[in-house]
Design a protein around this ligand. Structure first.
Ligand code: GLV
Ligand code: MG
Length: 307
């Protein structure tokens, strides 16, 4: 079973340019916050946003949340200053840097080496700051295995659907929605590709944003698709999406109870028979070692969600 790491059912986007939103985010029940320096912040506001983010990380109360900062991607002139200012200024109070539009393993290695230099300079343990990698174009998806293996700091691989759809010329303006005229789910291959790369390296797989922020039912539906595949969480752009994400990426109570029953029953029957039984019956259901592993996944996700 893949290691789960810190819970990230709901990953709240907070623009670094808004002191008000940086403040408000602290009181919301998201598993993770990411304070944004990239697309939610206009070019002229980026320098100020770095300062806001450092102050919010150092002075705010982020208890119980993973604290992440999204820097600008490596084709821009901003990335190195984003990383240096944020990590030198608030590395003690930061869990991960999110790197958007990752195109190859070398970009992650650049970030890894830069973080190591900063950690050594300011006296943080080397490796303290993790990395989250966003896959947002064909280059990133095609090299996602190498990206996932590029650094021991990587904790998550994230699907960035808006940039991804634009970069491959997908014929839609509504992120996450099924596309009229196409009979299947246009995201299935991309999500599975990301999930396989993540799981191969014991990383979390995170689904990206859903932009129709007032339509929480549609959010649930889109989130439900990646949750069903095994994704660990999804971005939330609005407080109204947080509870839905926390619920959708936690097991249903009924499934959690059933998983616990399988684990207890398998343990009881196999040990009762002196360890000689491999498969046993639980009511009308046959359970074996593979069923135990499936139950362990649900049980671990449920426990991480406080069930
Ligand atoms: C997120 O960054 C996206 O492009 O969907
Ligand atoms: Mg993007």
């Amino acid at each position: 079973m893949a290691a789960l790491g810190r819970p990230r059912r709901s990953c709240l986007a907070v623009p670094g340019s808004s002191v008000k939103m940086l403040d408000k985010a602290q009181g919301l029940p998201a598993d993770q916050v990411f304070l944004d320096l990239e697309d939610a912040v206009a070019p002229l506001a980026k320098a100020e946003a770095r300062k806001n983010i450092v102050a919010a990380l150092n002075e705010g109360d982020w208890a119980g949340k993973a604290r992440v900062v999204r820097v600008n991607d490596l084709t821009t002139p901003w990335t190195y200053r984003d990383v240096i200012e944020v990590v030198e200024g608030a590395g003690e109070n930061l869990d991960c840097i999110m790197l958007p539009k990752v195109q190859n393993a070398g970009q992650v290695q650049w970030l890894d080496l830069t973080l190591t230099q900063i950690e050594k300079t300011i006296g943080l343990a080397v490796g303290k700051i993790g990395i989250e990698a966003q896959i947002e174009n064909a280059a990133g998806l095609v090299t996602v295995d190498a990206i996932a293996a590029a650094s021991p700091r990587i904790e998550t691989i994230i699907f960035g659907p808006a940039d991804f759809m634009a970069s491959i010329n997908m014929k839609s303006l509504v992120v996450g929605a099924l596309i009229p005229g196409y009979p299947g789910d246009p995201y299935h291959y991309i999500l599975m590709r990301i999930l396989m790369a993540a799981r191969m390296h014991d990383l979390q797989a995170i689904d990206g944003p859903f932009l129709q922020i007032r339509d929480v039912d549609a959010f649930r539906e889109v989130a439900g698709r990646s949750a069903a595949l095994g994704f660990d969480g999804k971005w939330v752009l609005h407080p109204g999406q947080i509870d839905a994400a926390n619920e959708v990426y936690s097991p249903a109570q009924e499934d959690y109870d059933h998983a616990e029953l399988i684990l207890d029953a398998y343990d009881y029957y196999t040990s009762e028979q002196g360890g000689r039984l491999g498969a046993v019956m639980l009511g009308d259901e046959m359970i074996d070692e593979a069923s135990r592993k499936m139950a362990l996944v649900i049980s671990a996700k449920g426990r991480a969600a406080g069930m």
